[in-house]
Design a protein around this ligand. Structure first.
Ligand code: ADP
Ligand code: MG
Length: 607
């Protein structure tokens, strides 16, 4: 428990000044609360006409006895000169003032607490978002997207509701309990011995339930992530689900998952809900015991306890029940929320193995050549690339062809370090790319892939995405190069038309031309085209191909092409087969060679 609290406190640490005030004010509030309640003793004594006549003051010290004696002196002095009514009035006013102060400080504590709670939640969200942006692509092939969304939304909320709101209580309640208990010990050590024993038993029982609560809670959060994943996948795959008439199937798997989730939550809530009734019942047992034993002390011959004091004792004891209950409740809440902290931590602690090396070199320009030296690579166990050797001189165009799954995308993805090679190295102008600053390296490249990545924003912002402070003229001239200007101007608000979620209001060819315009605007020396036209029909392919040809002018290009007609003029064509380059050369040479490339070529000419 303690170790877990420390881990949570790590996030609270930046707000330590506020936290200090929160506890200080809670401390004040607790003191005033105890004082106001002890006033019941002189009150009852005056009512029953039993107020002790105190005629002497004692030297003032900061101790219960001294304060009590001096207070009694003041009151009995007051009774003597002004009468009992006046004394009652004074005590009533005193109680009011004490209660006012208690509540004032309680409010102040909450006042200082809300910046802490909201601050931690805000920090967590920011931290997850920036981590999500940093983590290498490999991380996401292992994790479900919906689960990551669940962490940033639901788990963060859970931390707020379960942990941060309880955290205050977890410190405040024990404080209250200690202050009340100390008062009780001073009032009657015998009775308090019994109270302590019973509290110990309660604590043990509560701890037991707590452990199983945490386990269930971990399952609940995990299952919720699964549920959100299903939702997210359904949203992304609506077209497919509808076209395969798979609504029923999809619905069923969601319902099952949801039901399972519901049952887990029931289980968890029942555990948690046990805390409060159980501690209340145990509290009642203690009260009855005190009434019984205390009553005997009052009734016994030597009257070892005054009746007013027993009632005062009971009133104060009754005040322990509330914080004990709320303490066990918050303890459970923290355990429940702790599962979420762990899930959040798992993202935040995830290793990012693609990052700048110490002493990484800046790179702003590409001057001579890109070189793949004996590059071998695997995603998991199976090798995907074997011994790739390649030199791409500045200004040349190199093309990759080969069956789907042969490793073409993997070859080009290694260049911007979306993945790091396991063997061999890739060099730019003689420097291994691992020794370059990643931002600089990626700044050299423009990537146009088969599935254009667009954001739910305007044409303008989608094109200007990769360049800060792009001007209107720059964006327009980029769109013109990309053959996109005309259809953009024909849309409702021109460049300020929103293109919908991932560009859903556009055709495939239009989307592709927007992503080409984006690359044109970035104006990178190295261009990577990964089947940029293969998703398009012939008409839009021609438009896009024109755009690409303008884009490739004066650049070094790595092209993966589905249709060979687009690469016949490449300076070098590499035929990739099962992760190896099996043939390479110019189009005419490869045709003459009468090998694999010739086979592809003949196949495409027939179709
Ligand atoms: P191509 O682009 O030539 O169609 P890829 O380079 O995309 O081929 O894939 C090469 C091989 O690597 C395939 O067998 C594919 O299953 C595997 N692969 C691709 N991406 C991943 C990934 N993120 N995780 C694991 N395996 C992958
Ligand atoms: Mg591919």
């Amino acid at each position: 428990m303690l170790k877990k609290l420390v881990r949570i406190l790590k996030y609270v640490l930046p707000y330590k000044t506020n936290v200090f005030f929160v506890f200080l004010f809670h401390l004040f509030a607790s003191f005033f609360s105890v004082f106001s309640l002890t006033m019941i003793i002189p009150f009852l004594n005056i009512l029953f006409g039993k107020f002790p006549r105190v005629t002497e003051t004692v030297p003032f010290e900061f101790s219960y006895q001294s304060v009590e004696a001096n207070f009694s002196y003041l009151i009995s002095h007051l009774i003597e000169i002004k009468g009992e009514m006046a004394a009652l009035g004074i005590i009533s006013i005193l109680v009011l003032i004490l209660f006012f102060l208690k509540n004032l400080f309680t409010y102040l504590a909450s006042f200082f607490m809300s910046p802490v709670t909201t601050g931690v939640v805000c920090d967590l969200r920011n931290a997850i978002y920036s981590k999500v942006l940093q983590l290498p692509l490999g991380y996401y092939s292992e994790e479900r997207k919906g689960d990551i969304i669940a962490r940033v939304s639901n788990d963060v909320l859970e931390v707020e509701v379960s942990i941060l709101r309880s955290l205050e209580l977890i410190f405040k309640d024990p404080l209250l309990i200690i202050i009340y208990l100390t008062t009780l010990i001073i009032m009657s050590p015998q009775l308090t011995g019994i109270v302590l024993l019973m509290l110990l038993v309660t604590g043990l029982v509560i701890g037991r339930i707590g452990r199983s609560l945490r386990k269930t809670s971990v399952k609940v959060q995990h299952q919720l992530g699964h549920l959100l994943s299903l939702f997210e996948e359904a949203l992304g795959g609506l077209k497919i689900i509808k076209s395969f008439n798979a609504e029923g199937k999809s619905e069923k798997s969601f319902k099952d998952s949801n039901n399972y989730f519901r049952n887990l939550v029931i289980k968890m809530w029942r555990r948690r809900d046990m805390a409060s009734p159980m501690s209340e019942f145990l509290g009642a047992v203690v009260v009855v015991t005190i009434v019984y034993i205390g009553g005997r002390l009052v009734l016994s011959d030597n009257q070892s306890l005054e009746p007013a004091k027993l009632i005062g004792y009971l009133v104060i004891f009754s005040q322990i029940i509330q914080p004990s209950k709320s303490f066990s409740q918050s303890y459970y809440n923290v355990l429940k929320g702790y599962a979420s902290i762990e899930r959040i931590d798992k993202i935040l602690q995830a290793e990012n193995n693609i990052k700048n090396e110490p002493g990484a070199i800046e790179i702003h320009a590409f001057n001579r050549a890109i070189e793949y030296k004996n590059v071998s690579f695997q995603y998991k166990e199976a090798p995907v690339l074997k011994n790739i050797n390649l030199v791409i001189e500045k200004g040349k165009t190199i093309a990759f062809v080969g069956q789907s799954g042969s490793g073409k995308t993997t070859i080009v993805d290694l260049l911007p370090r979306f993945w790091d090679v396991q063997h061999g190295e890739i060099l730019i102008d003689g420097t291994p790319i691992k020794k370059l600053k990643i931002n600089g390296l990626r700044g050299l490249m423009g990537i146009v892939s088969q599935e254009p990545i667009l954001f739910n924003d305007t044409f303008f912002n989608n094109i200007a995405f990769g360049k800060e402070n792009a001007t209107e003229e720059e964006v327009i001239s980029a769109a013109k190069v990309a053959n996109a200007h005309d259809f953009i101007m024909n849309s409702e608000n021109g460049y300020h038309t929103n293109i919908g979620d991932r560009g859903s209001k556009l055709s495939g060819g239009q989307r592709q031309r927007i992503s080409i315009a984006r690359a044109v605007l970035k104006n990178p020396p190295i261009l990577i085209l990964d089947e940029a036209t293969s998703a398009l029909d012939t008409e839009s392919e021609r438009l896009v191909q024109d755009a690409l040809t303008s884009l490739m002018k004066n650049r070094t290009s790595l092209i993966i092409a589905h249709r060979l007609s687009t690469i016949v003029h490449a300076d070098e064509i590499c035929v990739v087969n099962s992760g190896e380059i099996v043939e390479r050369g110019k189009h005419d040479d490869l045709i003459k060679m009468n090998g694999e490339y010739k086979k592809y070529f003949d196949m495409q000419n027939f179709s």
